[in-house]
Design a protein around this ligand. Structure first.
Ligand code: SF4
Length: 369
């Protein structure tokens, strides 16, 4: 469980198991639902009132985000990694497939291809390889990409607060770091070696980035590793804690569901579409102002529906291999299998067909200093 959570795990389990459909209805109609309402809303009993959850979540989503959906693309700059995550094909032990770290010229080629699609927000992703992706190198990448994109976010190895200050100055404003699992014992099993085996250092990543000035702090667990309801309780507790610790930053939820990999890892606790939707609706109801993103791990129909009720942000046209947009990447290892393979313009068309507006840029540094 999230270590700062004061309610014991056994009590959380008992509350979720004991929640009734009328508890869920009461929580879904409360003016200001809180942590214990979230437990009611993610309970098995709440799956009986999904239409109510959908309508309340959609109402909150519209109140804070209107009819807009902001879009971004990930840019993988390298897939070499010193870690040993059992579920990831970028792990150091996974041999037999070419690995690649893009040169600056290649990164700029990729960036140009993404920018040509109209997308103006970029998530820079890399495996953990401190020899290649040092703070200095990432800062140089940031300075170049900031000339081309309005908004830059990072999903790379956790850095020190000092490192984040350098990266923020270079132009990065958003940070995503999945905790993978809040269960410290299972975390140790899934991350047996490498810097990522340090649970606490990873858990405190968002706090360090928030103190360094990062405006958006992305949190998530990897759906499929351990039972999702306890993880969702920890995720909510993490968000509440960060809202106090880093009150200048906004929290962004993601709900990455495990997707098949070439390495063949099978999650022990797969999450079905209905459970994923229920969890996303519950978080939108309890955290109405927080950002929520949905990636191309999910199918087009699921994504097109969930951006009307819960998520306010989605990726489009993603490639999860370094060089996947413009530099030939055939034969390289992808981090996971994409489910939504539509080109960006089809994603934009689907958003507009639902009466929503595609937002490419919603922030400028000159506003607010
Ligand atoms: S999940 Fe991240 S840190 Fe772990 S092996 Fe894959 S790229 Fe490396």
């Amino acid at each position: 469980m999230f270590p700062h959570l004061k309610t014991p795990k056994a009590e959380i389990e008992a509350r979720i198991a004991a929640a009734t459909e009328s508890d869920a209805v009461a929580s879904a109609t409360k003016e200001r639902p809180g942590f214990f309402d979230l437990l009611n809303l993610i309970s098995p009993a709440a799956s009986g009132c999904m239409p109510l959850l959908r309508s309340r979540a959609a109402q909150e989503r519209r109140r804070y985000y209107g009819r807009t959906v902001s879009v971004y693309a990930p840019l993988y700059i390298g897939n070499t990694c010193v870690n040993s995550c059992r579920y990831c094909d970028f792990r150091v032990q996974h041999q037999g497939t070419a690995r690649k770290d893009l040169t600056m010229d290649e990164i700029l080629m990729e960036a140009a291809a993404v920018r040509a699609s109209g997308i103006d927000s970029l998530l820079v992703v890399a495996g953990e390889n401190p020899r290649v992706n040092s703070v200095e190198h990432l800062a140089e990448v940031g300075r170049e990409l900031k000339k081309r994109f309005s908004y830059l976010a990072l999903e790379v190895a956790p850095q020190t607060e000092e490192g984040y200050r350098t990266l923020f100055k270079a132009g990065f404003e958003g940070l995503t770091c999945f905790q993978e699992t809040y269960d410290e014992e299972r975390y140790g099993y899934f991350h047996p070696a490498g810097p990522k085996s340090n649970y606490r250092f990873r858990l405190e990543t968002q706090s360090r980035a928030g103190r360094a000035g990062f405006r958006t702090l992305g949190i998530a667990f990897l759906l499929g590793l351990v039972p999702w309801r306890l993880e969702a309780a920890s995720l909510a507790a993490h968000a509440l804690w960060l809202q106090k610790e880093c009150w200048r930053s906004r929290i962004q939820f993601a709900f990455p569901r495990f997707c098949p990999t070439e390495g063949g890892f099978q999650p022990e606790h797969p999450v079905c579409d209905g459970d994923l939707e229920q969890m996303m609706l519950a978080f939108r109801i309890v955290f109405p102002r927080c950002c929520m993103t949905v990636s191309t791990r999910e199918a087009p129909a699921f994504r097109d529906a969930i951006v009307q009720t819960a998520a306010d942000n989605m990726s489009a046209g993603s490639r999860v291999t370094p060089g996947g947009y413009a530099v030939a990447a055939d034969g390289d290892v992808a981090q996971f299998t994409l489910t939504d393979k539509r080109p960006p313009e089809e994603v934009f068309a689907a958003i507009r067909a639902n009466g929503q507006e595609v937002v490419f840029k919603n922030w400028d540094n000159r506003i607010g200093g």
